[in-house]
Design a protein around this ligand. Structure first.
Ligand code: CP3
Length: 333
């Protein structure tokens, strides 16, 4: 059994598998080299050879226990025909949203458009370097995808609050997003994904309607993954009440963000836990890294725990700090 499946299904507490969010990314010089020659990010995600290569880069360097496929949560709106671009300094920039044409997209057309991603998953899962590693497929949660689709850029840059006013529109769009996320999940599993992670990066934005806009659509997705016999990890970043989220959605494992107190959460939830460490700790020094990483490992000593961060690794992170991190986790007794 693969390491993360072992942790989740057998509740194994003896080993702490490790992988890191955004491990295939800009802190790696070999990624930056490819990126420089490929200015169109979407095209890069759809280039099976290059996306497979990028997925393997962190595995070769750090021998992580899981490979996460190089792609993006915004490939979903792209698959639905909404324009998606990535601009330097601004991040994602989405085009006009046309509910009529989105309603007309069919399953085959969508799957065909994203087919290079599935081919890449299949490549990775048959590569010997990934033997006995988990292959993590992923999607954005319906709510987070909706936020990007209607805000058209990251809420970090700017957020127009009116977008949350039209409840009917939100509900209609959420149900379309959910339908295609299920297809995207199924295609990834068929191609070899052994785990699905659901990223809800903007769960923390919402004050009201949490049940309707976050819990219900995420529960539907989680149930869909479970039906396909693959464990599901949820990352409801910034949500006020992780305990409540876990009780309703019942993920197989929950990834905590860096504002969650690990001592508190271990008393509140019984399910396996992943992540937590503030990615900024990797920008400090080795001594501090040791203290902070050991804190998490100690707290989760007798709990099924996968080591990961509390959000994506920062582009300015030094390689030697990641090497040190892996060493600390693997040497922990
Ligand atoms: O984790 C991995 O290594 C796999 C690949 C992956 C990417 N994005 C590649 C990427 C994954 C799992 C994601 C998830 C993702 N994408 C999320 C959820 C996690 C989170 O960070 O909250 C979100 C919100 C996005 C949307 C997105 N994609 C943004 C906001 C940006 C620009 C800002 C940023 O953080 O870089 C991206 C671009 C992106 N996605 C890059 C990579 C490697 C950087 C591309 C570049 O400019 O070189």
């Amino acid at each position: 059994m693969t390491p993360i499946q072992n942790c989740i299904l057998n509740k194994n507490t003896k080993i702490n598998p490790i992988w890191i969010m955004r491990q295939a990314g800009r802190y790696l010089p070999e990624f930056r080299e490819i990126r420089l020659k490929n200015p169109d990010f979407i095209k890069l995600c759809l280039n099976t050879n290059l996306s497979s290569e990028i997925t393997l880069q962190p595995i070769r360097r750090f021998d992580f226990d899981a490979a996460i496929i190089f792609s993006d949560i915004l490939m979903l709106p792209y698959g639905l025909g909404q324009e998606v671009k990535f601009e330097k300094g601004l991040g994602p920039k989405l085009g006009k949203i046309d509910l009529d044409s989105i309603t007309k997209v069919n399953k085959d057309e969508f799957s065909e458009k994203l087919n290079p991603i599935y081919k890449s998953i299949s490549n990775i899962s048959s590569n010997t370097i990934c033997k006995n590693k988990d292959i993590i497929g992923f999607v954005g949660a319906p709510w987070t995808i909706l936020v990007y689709m209607i805000n058209k850029m990251s809420p970090k840059k700017s957020l127009s609050k009116e977008i949350f006013n039209d409840k009917l529109f939100i509900k209609k769009l959420l149900s379309i997003i959910e339908k295609f996320l299920k297809i995207h999940i199924e295609n990834q599993i068929k191609s070899g994904a052994t785990i699905i992670q659901i990223f809800d990066s903007w769960a923390g934005l919402l004050k009201d309607n949490i049940s309707e806009f976050i819990y219900e659509p995420t529960l539907n997705l989680a149930n869909h993954v479970r039906k396909l016999n693959v464990p599901v990890i949820c990352f409801p970043r910034g949500i006020k009440n992780y305990k409540n989220f876990c009780e309703v959605v019942r993920p197989d494992m929950v990834n905590i963000d860096y504002n969650v107190d690990p001592k508190k959460i271990i008393n509140e939830i019984q399910i396996p836990v992943q992540g937590g460490l503030d990615p900024k700790v990797l920008l400090t020094d080795k001594e501090n890294l040791h203290t902070e990483v050991t804190k998490y490992l100690q707290i989760f000593k007798d709990h099924p725990y996968v080591f990961n961060l509390g959000h994506g690794i920062l582009p300015e992170t030094k390689i030697e700090m990641v090497e040190e991190l892996v060493k600390i986790v693997r040497d922990f007794k």
